[in-house]
Write a new protein. Structure first.
Length: 264
């Protein structure tokens, strides 16, 4: 597989950017490193002389950028969502250096659409936006001055991606929209099983956070999605309740999507 094949599956998404110049510079950075998909969520008006000047040779990327009203809409068809952050914390899960995250992105992009999110210039990605991510990436920097300009962050991540040797194949994974439907059903199943708050700890929230990270980091094939829906449905049948969510049965035509065992 050539780089172009998987590079076309990588989508750089700017979430609520506030500076047209940064948007133009991000478009230039993406094109410099051999990528072409720029998307934005609720940006400021960006078809400005400043943005065009900063794009400098990448006006085509700027003009073709897709704009979404919400983050949910932007990541709905993406199988892996990667967020960029400089802030750490136990609630943020696994955070990889940008170079290591680039390897995971390239693996998934060999057969699936991947979103790489960048927060706005003032606050970065919010906690709610981080919740949409299965994997987080950080760019090592000087602890005394860790904050990078938005377009600098885009350039560095795109550069790390440009250095990765493409994977040959990747199993087809379901999109974020299907994962969100599954999470709704898992949450309802945990309610059926009696998980909830115990003292100051919300067990259901803790479990859901970890399941989201696990599923978001690895992705799910259609067969795996149907299997988990089937487990939730069986729990509902055995307890005489029915967790919310559509029935998903692993059809014969998607059994080929089961992951192959690792070679010994």
């Amino acid at each position: 597989m050539s780089k172009k094949d998987w590079a076309d599956n990588v989508f750089f998404i700017l979430v609520a950017p506030t500076e047209p110049g940064n948007i133009g510079a991000a478009a230039r950075a993406i094109k410099n490193m051999g990528f072409r998909n720029l998307e934005m969520v609720a940006p400021v008006p960006h078809a400005t002389p400043e943005a065009r000047a900063m794009a400098c040779g990448a006006v085509d990327i700027l003009e073709s950028a897709r704009v979404h009203k919400t983050l949910r809409e932007a990541v709905g068809e993406k199988s892996l969502v990667v967020g960029t952050t400089r802030r750490r914390g136990s609630r943020r899960g696994i955070i990889l250096p940008a170079a290591a995250a680039a390897v995971e992105i390239a693996k998934a992009a060999a057969g699936n659409k991947v979103a790489v999110l960048f927060g706005n210039e003032h606050n970065g990605l919010t906690n709610r936006e981080i919740e949409a991510c299965g994997l987080l990436a950080t760019i090592p920097s000087n602890p005394g001055s860790p904050s990078l300009n938005l377009s600098q962050s885009v350039m560095l991540v795109a550069y790390e991606l440009s250095r990765v040797a493409p994977a040959e194949t990747a199993p087809p994974l379901v999109g974020s929209r299907e994962i969100q439907g599954l999470m709704k059903r898992v949450r309802a199943t945990l309610d059926i099983l009696g998980y909830g708050k115990k003292g100051d700890r919300d067990l259901r929230a803790d479990i859901m956070r970890n399941i989201k990270r696990l599923v978001g980091r690895a992705g799910l094939t259609a067969w795996e999605l149907g299997m988990i829906h089937g487990l939730c449905r069986r729990i509902g049948d055995r307890t005489g309740t029915s967790p919310d969510g559509p029935d998903q049965k692993p059809a014969a035509k998607v059994r080929r999507s089961r992951r192959a065992p690792a070679a010994s």
